[in-house]
Design a protein around this ligand. Structure first.
Ligand code: FUB
Length: 304
C-alpha cells in the first residue's frame, strides 16, 4: 500500500484547496502563490488543477483559468470552488476588480480540466470587499446555494443556469452570532473569518470555515451545522487547530472512495510561509451524530 505525502504539490506553491469528485477521479482546484511577490502581498494570477484516482499519484493539469481570462479583473485570483451541473463545470472565483473591490467571477467549461470561459460580468458584485471565497452546493431539490464572505457570511440562491442568482431575494446576510460561529476575534465578534465550505451529509448541513479564536492572529478551522441549508447555524467546534507557518488556512471537504478528507493549506513546503503556502490533506471520520472531532495535522494519507 502506497502513502501520499503532505504537502500534496511540491512543484509550486498552492493554497485554498477545492476538491470536486467526478466519477472515479478527485479533482483538486487550487490557487497559486507566485514565487515573486508584488508589493510584498499575495501575488496570485491563476487557478491550477490537479487530479488523482488513488490519493497518492497526482496529475498536474496546469493553469485552467486566470486573470487574463477576466477582462474586468486585475489581481487576486483567490479561493475558488468548482461544481458540475448538467454536464457542465462551473468554477467560482473571487478576484480584484480594476475599479476597486472584490467580486466573484464564473468560468464555465465542458470538462473539469477546462478550458474555462468567463461568463462576462461578475456574478456577485456588492461593491465592497466581502465578496470572496465562494462555496457552492446543489441540494437534492435542485436549489443551488453560493455562500461567500469575509468578514460576513452571505449567500445567494443560484438559478438553474448556475451563472445568475435570484435577484428578488438578493444577497442574504447570515446573522453572525456566537451561537452560530463561536466566540472569536474577527470583525463580527465571532470566530468566523473566511473560506466557507458548504455541503450536506445525510440530513445535516455543514459550514466549515477559517476562524480566528479569541485574541488569535492565526486562523484555525472550525465548523457549524444546521438542519436547513439557510441556517440557523449552530457552532460545532474546532476542526483543525492553528497550523502555523502561515496565518491563513482554508478548508475543502470531500468524500472519495468511501473515505472523508479535509484539504487545507500550510506554509510547510521548503521556502514557504505567509504568501507561499502549500496544499495538504488529512483523512477524518464523522461521529455517529454527525459531529467531527478536531482533526490532527497529518503527514500522509493512504492509497485508496
Ligand atoms: O488565498 C487568498 C485568500 O487567503 C483566500 O481567499 C482566503 O481564504 C485566504 O486563504
Amino acid at each position: 500500500m502506497k502513502a501520499g505525502k503532505n504537502p500534496i504539490i511540491t512543484s509550486i506553491y498552492t493554497a485554498d484547496p477545492a476538491p470536486m469528485v467526478d466519477g472515479d477521479t478527485l479533482y483538486l482546484y487550487t490557487t497559486h502563490d507566485e514565487d515573486e511577490l508584488v508589493d510584498n502581498f499575495y501575488t496570485m494570477n491563476d487557478w491550477r488543477l490537479f487530479s488523482t484516482k488513488n490519493m497518492v499519484d497526482w496529475e498536474d493539469h496546469g493553469r485552467i483559468f486566470s486573470l487574463d481570462d477576466i477582462p474586468w479583473a486585475d489581481a487576486r485570483a483567490w479561493a475558488p470552488q468548482a461544481i458540475k451541473r448538467n454536464d457542465k463545470y462551473y468554477l467560482y472565483c473571487p478576484v480584484h476588480k480594476k475599479d476597486s473591490g472584490m467580486a466573484i467571477a464564473v468560468g464555465v467549461s465542458d470538462k473539469p480540466e477546462g478550458p474555462f470561459v468567463n461568463i462576462g460580468e461578475p456574478l456577485v458584485d456588492e461593491g465592497d470587499w466581502n465578496d470572496i471565497d465562494p462555496t457552492v452546493f446543489i441540494d437534492d431539490d435542485g436549489q443551488a446555494y453560493l455562500y461567500f464572505g469575509n468578514p460576513e457570511l452571505r449567500y445567494v440562491l443560484l438559478n438553474e443556469d448556475m451563472v445568475s442568482y435570484d435577484k428578488s431575494i438578493g444577497v442574504v446576510k447570515v446573522p453572525m452570532t456566537v451561537e452560530s460561529f463561536g466566540a472569536g476575534s474577527h470583525d463580527t465578534g465571532t470566530s468566523y473569518a473566511e473560506g466557507p465550505w458548504f455541503y450536506r451529509r445525510n440530513n445535516l448541513y455543514y459550514m466549515v470555515y477559517a476562524a480566528f479564536g479569541v485574541d488569535k492572529k492565526t486562523e484555525h478551522l472550525a465548523y457549524a451545522t444546521s438542519s436547513s441549508p439557510v441556517g440557523p447555524w449552530k457552532y460545532g467546534g474546532v476542526l483543525m487547530t492553528e497550523e502555523g507557518g502561515t496565518f491563513t488556512n482554508h478548508p475543502g471537504i470531500a468524500d472519495f472512495k468511501g473515505h472523508s478528507y479535509l484539504f487545507y493549506h500550510t506554509g510547510q513546503l521548503a521556502g514557504g510561509g505567509l504568501f507561499h503556502r502549500s496544499v495538504c490533506v488529512a483523512e477524518f471520520k464523522y461521529n455517529a451524530d454527525g459531529s467531527i472531532d478536531t482533526i490532527p495535522k497529518c503527514d500522509h494519507v493512504e492509497e485508496v
